[in-house]
Write a protein that binds this ligand. Structure first.
Ligand SMILES: [Zn+2]
Length: 161
């Protein structure tokens, strides 16, 4: 199971990197536990253009991620990997979603059943990224109409699986 980070697992505060801004959704923990209990391993794929834009450093991002992952671990929720694109949109990199590079890296590094995997995020590019990697892409509370199935909450998605 591949997750976007902001507005999917945690509440987006615009280029956040300070742990004081770390805020989870009420159902983040129960939904992730349910997804885990259904046999999925968890991954995060996130665009962090705040680095490329000079808003925060990679080290600051790592500290933020450590706080987030530590909090999940407290509830026995374990992510196998977190991959990020540090580039700005106009850097022309090949790892920014919807490019599937980061997911493809996970597929190469871990034993992943791609066809039975999902990528979920609040943006259509997240679902598209999953589809580009050969898995099912879905959206979470997407503001835009698209061909992808949309869920109102992570809990609704977890129950659907
Ligand atoms: Zn990139």
């Amino acid at each position: 199971m591949f997750f976007d980070r902001d507005n999917t697992l945690i509440i987006d505060k615009n280029y956040m990197f300070e742990t004081k801004d770390l805020e989870f959704y009420e159902d983040s923990f129960s939904a992730l536990k349910l997804i885990q209990s259904k046999g999925f391993e968890l991954f995060i794929v996130t665009n962090q253009s705040g680095i490329g834009r000079g808003y925060f450093s990679i080290d600051q991002m790592h500290l933020f991620h450590k706080a987030m992952l530590d909090r999940f671990t407290q509830d026995d929720i374990e992510f196998r990997a977190l991959k990020f694109c540090p580039h700005a949109p106009d850097d022309g990199c090949d790892c920014r979603k919807p490019n599937p590079t980061l997911i493809l890296e996970c597929i190469k590094e871990y034993d992943i059943d791609t066809k039975n995997s999902f990528m979920i995020g609040d943006k259509v590019i997240d679902a598209q990224c999953g589809e580009n990697a050969g898995m099912t892409g879905v959206t979470l509370n997407s503001k835009k109409e698209s061909k992808f199935k949309d869920f109102k909450s992570l809990t609704e998605f977890a129950n659907y699986l």
